[in-house]
Design a protein around this ligand. Structure first.
Ligand code: PAF
Length: 279
């Protein structure tokens, strides 16, 4: 496994692979790897000849009072797990490699970035598209894989690829959950044992809400009931039931529904979702 910390090194590796006719998959991460990331790596391996994992904690997607400075960094462990998974290259740039001209960017996230996470994290998705576009330019992958847990991010990136007509296929990786249902996240490291137990109520509520919708119950009424149930354990940022393609209200020709939520447990922000056919 090659570990490249500068743009030229990874570009050279990529150019050799391309001259050999190999296809390339990129799995962008911010490190703090867990089984969810590793499942994206396996998906990448199944969809391309060579796999690059990038590890870069992107300053431009964090708000002023967020956890950029304390974001879990487990580089040695991440590298040994990626080596074990037989990843071909890991790209570990610093800020100067990614943003040689400073942090400002003319690129803005598209319409799908409006609402939901953006309400509490203004500018977050602008930072995400900025860094992902830089990573795409440097590594020029054929395929890139993003987890469904960050569902709005996934749609925002798909929209960016479409708008910029980038020749990159975006694949979505299933949410990987702990045995008790808690969606895996690097930020779960912030939770105490008691909080981890309480956090299981999130997925239970989403599953209950999905069940009620599929049973034909009035969506807004069910959503309000679930909201009330969640309020017993969490501070809720949003619990939304929307069209999974537009992130807007469900309409007659909606085919897939997304139940999306963001909550705080203590000072830890948790997001989760369920996507399903309207039935
Ligand atoms: O999902 C993440 O870990 C990050 O938002 C990403 C896509 C690596 C961009 O920094």
């Amino acid at each position: 496994m090659q570990v490249c910390s500068n743009n030229q090194q990874i570009a050279d590796v990529v150019s050799i692979w391309k001259s050999q006719g190999k296809t390339i998959a990129l799995v962008p991460t911010m490190g703090g790897l867990h089984a969810g990331h590793l499942s994206l790596v396996h998906q990448a391996k199944a969809n391309a000849d060579k796999v690059i994992v990038s590890i870069f904690v992107n300053p431009t997607q964090f708000g002023e009072h967020e956890d950029f400075k304390n974001y879990p960094s487990t580089l040695d462990q991440d590298l040994s797990e990626l080596e074990f998974c037989k990843v071909d290259a890991v790209f570990t740039p610093d800020k100067e490699q990614i943003y040689p001209n400073g942090l400002d960017s003319p690129l803005k996230a598209g319409s799908l970035s409006q609402g939901l996470c953006s309400n509490s994290r203004p500018g977050h998705f602008d930072g995400v598209v900025q860094v992902v576009n830089c990573l795409f330019k440097i590594t020029t992958p054929d395929v890139a894989i993003f987890g469904q847990k960050d569902y709005q991010q996934l749609l925002v990136i798909e929209q960016m690829v479409k708008t910029l007509t980038l020749p990159i296929t975006i694949l979505s990786g299933d949410i990987v959950r702990e045995k008790n249902g808690l969606a895996m996240s690097t930020r779960n490291q912030y939770l105490s044992m008691d909080e981890k137990e309480l956090a299981t109520n999130l997925y239970k509520a989403l599953k209950g809400l999905k069940q009620e919708i599929l049973q034909g119950k009035e969506i807004e009424l069910s959503r309000l009931n679930s909201n009330r149930a969640l309020e017993q354990h969490f501070k809720i940022e949003y619990l939304s039931v929307v069209d999974a393609n537009t992130l807007k209200s469900i309409v007659d020709n909606t085919t897939q529904i997304a139940i999306l939520c963001s909550v705080f447990l203590g000072s830890t922000r948790l997001i989760d979702n369920i996507i399903f056919n309207k039935g």
